[in-house]
Design a protein around this ligand. Sequence first.
Ligand SMILES: Cc1ncc(COP(=O)(O)O)c(C=O)c1O
Length: 479
Amino acid sequence: MTMRIPDRGRPTDDVLASLEAYRQDDVPWRQGRAFGYVFDARHEALDAGKRAYLSFISENGLDPTSFPSLLRLENEVVRMCANHVHGGDRVVGNFTSGGTESILLAMKSARDWARKERPTQGRPQIVAPVTAHAAFHKAAHYLDMEIVTFAVDPVTFRADVEAARAALTDRTVVLVGSAPSYAHGVIDPIPALAALAAERGLWMHVDACMGGVLLPYMERLGESVPPFDFRVEGVWSLSMDLHKYGFCPKGASVVLYRDKGLRRFQLFACVETTGYTIVNAAMQSSKSGGPLAGAWTTMMCMGDEGYLDLTRQMRDATRRYAEGIAAIPGLTVLAPPDMTLIAFASEGFSVFHLADLMKARGWYVQPQLRFAGHVENVHLSVTAANVPHVEAFLADLRACVEEARALPADDSLQSIAEAASHIDPATLDEAAFAQLLAFAGMSGAGVPKESAAINGLLQTLPRPLTRAILLHFVNELFS
Ligand SMILES: Cc1ncc(COP(=O)(O)O)c(C=O)c1O
């Protein structure tokens, strides 16, 4: 591609029009027809948050002493979050760019705490349910740790505490539970996991990236929310995202620790350089003040009442979505939603085709691959923007189920998988990769329009090969 910085700056309107045009194939969130990626509150607080974001976009969070405004905003956001999840005055934390950064930081803290307090022979282990978010795998990858996963109950999809116990070794340093898990939307038995961690002297992290903001409101609405937060003794750290159900502009999460002694392991200072002194609480150095100011402002303008009201609406809509889906022959809701996340599977036709057919009707639903004995399914994160669309969604879903049933069965996957099962990904050359991508419908430039064949193949191939294909695909995509 011969893309260069233009010789002369183009007129602003012209440039902004081009920018707008680039969006045409994006997920249709503005119409309230997307069940992932964008958490849209349809509330005036969002505009306020975006204005604040722009107004603080140039302030730099590199050095909190140079921008006391940002220090104050961060301490206030963290305190609001800590109180929300019932942390006492000793709970501390930091604002981060998202759930992944919060989790990476918590895992780094656990690793470095263990190096000091209970050193392991060999790589320290993170023990997490198989339903834990990929961010824990990424943490292990980045931090030279090992991740060990354990089973969840096959019916409730909640972490199986005995399986967790069996997975612990001398190298385990941290145990993880989710509140709720992304994939199935259910809350792990945090008190039992925390008790197990305490018994073995381990760090316990709760991933409340999805539920940290919403679950306390669900509880106040009278739902029976199992304990998941700092009220549970033995919970040492907790991640909660503000850019999900806090409805703040993206780049907003918080990682919390039971006390400063634990958070100490997160921090980084460098005095061995000729440049300015660096001391960072989180991962980034220079960082825009926009996300933080946007989060603070959104929370202030939304208020407790605003969040409570939205939670009520989303809870009610989630029930209607789940009941409506369960009533469609051939579809099964995998677990009664503990919050606002739904996973459903199909019988007699491909759930991935169903996702593509819904896409063709302007909806975005998220395919999740078969794994570890759990069937492939479709995930919905229900947000406020989806509340008015229950009937329209269900009508299209019913129609798409009929269309999916009418599609001819495709048995080519199994033979491709068999042929591919002998391939060692380490020996694949460019041409072989190109051929595999072509098989999967992932060849050609850009993003594939339909995903059913791709997902079908990805979940059928041996996982090391799937990983290699994905890495190759992304390496090509960004070029
Ligand atoms: C339970 C859970 N944890 C962690 C994450 C990672 O968050 P992020 O995408 O903000 O990095 C997600 C994202 O969906 C999540 O659902």
